[in-house]
Ligand binder design. Structure first.
Ligand code: DGL
Length: 273
């Protein structure tokens, strides 16, 4: 039996936040190919009712499955909290990897009190409440909803705008917090900036943990890709968006991502959305 599977892995998010997960996956899984979907026509998800998020996520998955992918990474804490259990029931054979705010990492590394920055939807759903309960004896978790922040990041808000927004929520002098957990993949895109705003705090994300989990699942199921030919293989096969693909050329995060990762971006708008 062939123990390799060269089909791509799908990574999706409401917008550009999942690019932070894709960047990590490109680095940690050098033999794998990917397709990426940003549902920019419907972003942000984090301020929508759960039923709407679930319907959008179901469309995202159907679209990605039409590309014959071998695994799906829900590179969005909001979509994971709203839908991942249901998705796994619907697609029992498909490896589906979700994201959750990395409060466990904060508990191990820092303890004390952490602020979990995330969308209002993520923080209101059961998955987060369960996580807080599980870690009750290890870390004090303060939920910090950030409405509008992912949208600012998708649309290239300036560092000053981002700093003003965050300083309204958390005072950089407030060292009763040991760490800030970036519980939305969009925020990971600006993690260096966040660290510069909060030099005395540990800034924590769950991206690496999620990609390592993906790697373990690929190995367990024996569906890793074969070693890539050194040239001529485009590791990001498609970058799709539900908005006008021309928007991607104007987004600094996308063009910067393409340049940094030396990928050619094949953007298109899916027909069936
Ligand atoms: N990137 C998404 C997350 O991790 C959500 C952004 C949004 O659509 O509100 O939660």
């Amino acid at each position: 039996m062939n123990a390799f599977d060269n089909r791509p892995i799908a990574i999706f998010d409401s917008g550009l936040g999942g690019l932070s997960v894709l960047a990590c996956a490109l680095e940690l899984l050098p033999d794998e190919r990917f397709v990426y979907l940003a549902d920019l026509a419907n972003a942000p998800y984090g301020e929508r009712p759960i039923e709407e998020i679930q319907a959008l996520v179901a469309d995202d998955i159907n679209l990605l499955l039409s590309h014959d992918v071998k695994a799906v990474v829900v590179a969005c804490n909001t979509a994971t909290a709203a839908s991942v259990a249901h998705l796994r029931e619907l697609h029992p054979e498909l490896p589906i990897i979700g994201m959750e705010p990395a409060a466990k990492v904060a508990a191990e590394k820092c303890g004390g009190k952490c602020a979990v920055l995330a969308t209002p939807a993520t923080l209101s759903l059961g998955m987060f409440k369960k996580l807080r309960e599980q870690l009750r004896d290890q870390i004090q978790i303060v939920a910090v909803p950030c409405p509008g922040l992912s949208n600012m990041i998708d649309h290239d808000a300036s560092p000053e705008e981002l700093r003003d927004y965050l300083y309204e929520l958390i005072d950089p002098e407030d060292t009763t917090f040991t760490s800030l957990v970036l519980g939305c993949t969009h925020y990971v895109l600006i993690s260096k900036l966040v660290q510069s705003f909060y030099p005395n705090h540990s800034i924590i994300s769950g991206n690496e943990g999620a990609v390592r989990h993906l790697a373990n699942i690929l190995q367990e199921r024996k569906i890793c890709a074969q070693h890539l030919a050194p040239e001529g293989d485009n590791r990001v096969q498609y970058l799709c968006t539900t908005a006008d693909p021309a928007i991607l050329d104007k987004m600094d995060k996308v063009t910067g991502f393409a340049k940094q990762n030396q990928v050619w971006i094949n953007a298109f708008m899916p027909q069936n959305k």
